[in-house]
Structure formats: C-alpha cells, structure tokens
Write a protein that binds this ligand. Sequence first.
Ligand SMILES: [Zn+2]
Length: 154
Amino acid sequence: MFRGEIYAYPLYLQNKLANKPITFFAMDVTCKYWPYLNKVAKSCPELQHLLDMKPFLSVFHAKAHDFKCEVKWSGAYQQGAGLTLGEEVEQCNAFLSRIAVTTKHMSKAGRTDMLTLMAMRWNQQNLITWLLHLPADIRRPQKGWKAGFRTWRS
Ligand SMILES: [Zn+2]
C-alpha cells in the first residue's frame, strides 16, 4: 500500500464529517497526515475547507513521537481543546477488553449480548461522569428531564 492510499481513508472520513461544526481533527499520526492534506488541498482546491479544522495529535501517541513533534502537534497544547485526549476509541476498547477473557469462551450470541451490555455500561458511565462535571448552573434539571431520562434508560 502506498502512503497516499494510507492517508486516503482518513481524508475520506474527514471530508464526510466536514459539513459538521468540528474544530479539531484528532488522529494518531496527525503530524504525518496534515502535510499530506496540505499537499492534496493544493492540488484539489475543493478540499481546501478541510484545512479549517485544527490538527490534533492524540495526547498519548504524541508521547511516543519525538519532542518537537509533540510540542507542535499534540492536542495537549491546542488552544480550546481542554483535556480532550483524542484517544476515545482506545479508552472504550480498553474498557471492553476486560471481558475478552470470558467472552472468548461464549457462543456468538452470548458474546454479542455481553458486548452490548458492556457498551451500554460504558455509555451510562460516561453520561454520569459528564453530568457530574457540568457546572452547577447547567446541571440544574430542566423541565421534563425525568421523562427524558426514563426514555433514555429504556
Ligand atoms: Zn509525529
């Protein structure tokens, strides 16, 4: 596979998401991808809008890159990125990997059910954590929140 082909997949996905209000484009190899994107955007002006997103090198992956790369591209130093890691898929996979020892002995249906339950647990845990970290004035329940919560739980 040629390097251009490797970056064509993220380019395709980025272009698919480009109509949404996205500030950062997080990736494990942003430092390699972004120069490629600049080159492609020069040749294809219709992709110029992709450069409006800010390149964001995943925080933990940046630690494995050289120091200059980390300083220039890491999301940890991006204005407005907050404490986002850019490793959200890895975090979910790490959570789900806990059950790998047991699910490998299950039937396909049992494994699917267990993974579904764990994915629901992951979402619930994230929602609760997210709610607890909201500022108090935003956390105040809005009218009709109970009905919304019941719908979400079912
Ligand atoms: Zn790098």
